[in-house]
Design a binder for this molecule. Sequence first.
Ligand code: NAD
Ligand code: UD1
Length: 311
Amino acid sequence: MKILITGGAGFIGSHLAAYFINDNEVFILDNLSTGHRSNVDFIDDAHFIEEDVMHKSFVTELIKQKQFDIVIHLAAVVSVVETINNPINSQSINIDSTLNLLEANRQYNAKLKKFIFASSAAVYGNTDELPKQIETFIDPESPYAIEKYAGEQYAKLYNKLYDLPTTALRFFNVYGPRQDPSSPYSGVLSIMDKKFKNDEPFTFFGDGEQTRDFVYIKDLVQAVAIVIDNEASNGKIYNLATGTQISLLQIFEKFKLIYNKSISYQFAEPRSGDIKHSCAEIKGLEALGFKPKYDIVSGLTEYINYSKTDK
Ligand code: NAD
Ligand code: UD1
């Protein structure tokens, strides 16, 4: 199959590309704003398109010409804080480019078998109900959450109105090799890992009691493969997570055990727009055959072993 991964040079996209390259022709479209060409050095230059997903005419022409079987749309402003600082820019990337991609596929790509949109657990906001179910009340706390909600609802609507084979996945907190720890807004586990590796102090924003449902990247890849193989997922939205909840303080203890040492830490003000608790109900994906293979200890152990050997 011919697959397009937008944002494919990033953390999640590079793992999907590495998985799908075995049996498929994989193209990546990425402007390298947060991703790295070196994440996907197994993709040759003919299949690596360095371009902005907001370049509408280019993207439309690409869809028209290549007739992809599968489009996995990941390119986005991924930092909640960045969308709070610059909501107009993030709206263009996160909503407008999604709509344009859907529209280009509707108009010009009769071969499309699946369009996957990367939504987020952030759409649930700070509602009390746990675990978060797809039907749980939506209460976005940031432009990021609104933008992800708009993207997934467009994907769903394109199935309803035009029969486009779309699926939206609400990713919870994904972690694993190649997650870039360089920004203060990077995924918290990549930051914690970097601090442990370099014996630097870690800062908890808030009291450290906030919880997340952390899903290991290989389980995410498994779920995407299942969804692609399953027509019953067309027009649907699923939580992609493990169904377990753990606090940052508890995670810190796991790091201490795996690294067999400790580092100093401090507490700072909670971040604005931050969510206190997050945990998913994953019945929808389980019904399709998804079963997470990694719990937090096995996932962190594999990740940390990888990161120790990575310069
Ligand atoms: P990432 O920053 O590693 O990857 C995003 C990629 O998109 C990067 O390679 C970046 O260069 C590219 N990109 C950004 N803007 C672009 C543009 N305008 N044109 C072309 N390419 C562009 O982040 P990630 O963690 O791999 O996230 C992938 C997707 O999953 C995003 O849509 C994100 O919102 C979503 N998501 C991630 C998580 C998580 O825990 N990592 C959770 C929920 C949702
Ligand atoms: C993350 C994703 C977002 C996704 C969402 C889904 C990243 C960068 N963001 O947001 O794209 O949509 O999950 O649920 O992956 N924290 C600290 N110290 C630090 C860094 C973070 O205490 O040095 C705290 C944060 O304040 C937050 C928690 O750790 O409470 C998790 O933060 P982060 O990894 O940025 O993820 P989310 O905000 O949940």
